[in-house]
Design a protein around this ligand. Structure first.
Ligand SMILES: O=C(O)CCC(=O)C(=O)O
Ligand SMILES: [Fe+2]
Length: 204
């Protein structure tokens, strides 16, 4: 990926045409490895929290991951590098597609073997803030036999299985695509992010 002002032009084109794409080179492999090492260390130190679903934030069998939200002021160096790159992408999307994205929210997620996330849409029922979903994968040496695909449901009833290979960033329009995380045979690590617009009020 070059560093000119149009470095994200293929991404913005793909998002405009298909509504989703995979970006293979957001970070260097050293930067990706630093995030993976930190995520694994936090998981091993039991610093991740079982994920919740919905406004009631209830524990749920619908998803089996544990998470840690990146927070302003307490981001580690690898988290800050990632946040800055995602922000550059957000600004490019605003410039090219006029999406009006004002911020990103991001968390580490670890799915232990056998855990998944049932078919869902990322836009919350009472909020239209989430516009673009982004998932950055942290798993070196992932094989398709390990499972763990993100299954993205497309118009017309077909789907695509995207495997969580280290360094790949999956982007899709939050309101448009149902998706699910299929269970894997090994720990599956990622950073899940949402680029948000200003809320326009309740959506029913
Ligand atoms: O990890 C993934 O591939 C997707 C996670 C997801 O769908 C979510 O957190 O909403
Ligand atoms: Fe999702």
């Amino acid at each position: 990926m070059n560093t000119g002002s149009n470095e994200f032009s293929s991404v913005t084109n793909a998002l405009a045409i298909d509504g989703w794409c995979v970006v293979p080179d957001l970070l260097s492999s050293a930067q990706t490895q630093a995030l993976a090492a930190e995520c694994r260390a936090m998981h091993e130190a039991q610093q991740l929290t079982p994920a919740r679903v919905g406004a009631a934030r209830t524990a749920t069998p619908l998803r089996g991951d544990s998470t840690h939200w990146f927070q302003t002021g307490t981001r580690s160096a690898p988290q800050q590098v990632f946040t800055d790159r995602l922000d550059a992408l957000r600004i490019a999307l605003n410039r090219e597609l006029m999406l009006g994205l004002v911020e990103c929210e991001s968390h580490y997620a670890v799915y232990p073997p056998g855990a998944g996330y049932t078919r869902h849409i990322d836009r919350l029922r009472d909020s239209d803030a989430r516009v673009v979903s982004a998932v950055f994968y942290l798993n070196e040496g992932w094989q398709e036999a390990d499972g763990g695909a993100l299954r993205l449901y497309l118009d017309g009833g077909s789907h695509r299985d995207i495997y969580p290979h280290a360094g790949n960033l999956l982007l899709f329009l939050s309101a448009q695509f149902e998706h699910e995380v299929l269970p894997a045979t090994r720990d599956r690590m990622s950073i899940a992010c949402w680029m948000r617009q200003r809320m326009s009020g309740p959506v029913f």
